[in-house]
Design a protein around this ligand. Structure first.
Ligand code: ADP
Ligand code: MG
Length: 269
């Protein structure tokens, strides 16, 4: 039954230090305990999938790890050092970006402008670095990012409202990737896409990983997760219940872990 389970890595000497880690995170909304001591790790150079049934706490965990909300209990670590994220800008300064389900693009602006949306004001550190850039420089940089990631757009200045769903998703991913140095979270990035567009987004995820930025993929689609992820972490009822190496796991294993038939980590508590 435990075929494919990843060996525990916490505090083992000589093991890789996670880029980003959640330890025993707790978060309560009113009377709902969304997370109850959840653990999660992102390792360098990987696509890690975060799976679990509706309400398992996946989106809450992503929000905590990216500074959108704050935990009631537990700790966050970047490169093994404890941090607090009071707001998304704190996570962004650590190279952590999120592609939200609603994409958060400005529909009237083109892809190039969207890639820089809000950054000039909110990122003085980056502004210093890019301070010499004029509009043209920003556009060139946006075009380079889009083409490096294999996103073909006829006109980088045409309003994104006119793009297909898959193209808009690609623009949102490129924006996150352009600013991320450490981790990009994608919450259900292919949920609204067709087969061809989904395949493109999965390619994009691999390219991002190969460029040295780890990807956290939240998805319901088990075959897709097995196809694209290196590792899979399972949340159930607000805590991580299992971890797998994607190469050795089956859809049945994942469903068992999601539904509670397999409770690898709860048993250790
Ligand atoms: N802002 C909120 N207010 C109240 N309840 C919330 C809020 N966000 C999440 N929850 C609840 O927390 C639980 C986990 O939600 P969520 O993290 O969205 O799960 P998932 O993304 O795995 O479907 C659910 O019961 C959900 O209803
Ligand atoms: Mg969710």
């Amino acid at each position: 039954m435990d075929t494919g389970l990843v060996a525990k890595t916490e505090s083992s000497p000589g093991q890789v230090v996670p880029l980003l880690e959640a330890r025993s995170l707790g978060k309560t909304f009113g009377h709902v305990e969304a997370l109850i001591g959840a653990n999660f790790q992102v390792l360098p150079g990987e696509v890690v999938a975060l799976i679990g049934d509706n309400g398992a706490g996946k989106s809450t965990l992503v929000k905590l790890l990216s500074g959108a909300i704050q935990p009631d209990r537990g700790s966050l670590l970047v490169d093994g050092v404890e941090v607090t994220f009071a707001e998304p800008a704190d996570a962004q300064r650590q190279g952590i970006e999120v592609v939200y389900q609603d994409l958060a693009l400005a529909p009237d602006l083109g892809p190039a402008s969207n890639l820089f949306l809000g950054r000039e004001l909110s990122r003085p550190g980056i502004l210093g670095k890019l301070g010499f850039l004029d509009k043209r420089g920003m556009r060139d940089s946006a075009v380079r990012t889009l083409s490096d990631l294999g996103v073909d757009l006829r006109d980088v200045n045409a309003p994104v409202a006119n793009l297909s769903g898959g193209q808009r998703q690609s623009v949102a991913i490129c924006r996150a990737v352009m600013w991320a140095r450490r981790v990009v979270f994608m919450d259900e990035p292919t949920a609204a896409l067709g087969v061809v567009q989904t395949a493109r987004v999965l390619d994009l995820i691999r390219k991002v990983r190969d460029s040295g930025v780890a990807v956290v993929l939240v998805s319901h689609n088990m075959p897709q997760v097995i196809e694209v992820a290196d590792r899979i972490e399972v949340l159930r009822l607000g805590r991580r219940t299992a971890r797998f190496s994607a190469a050795e796991v089956t859809v049945d294993d994942l469903v068992a872990a999601m539904t509670g038939a397999l409770t690898q980590e709860e048993a250790e508590r």
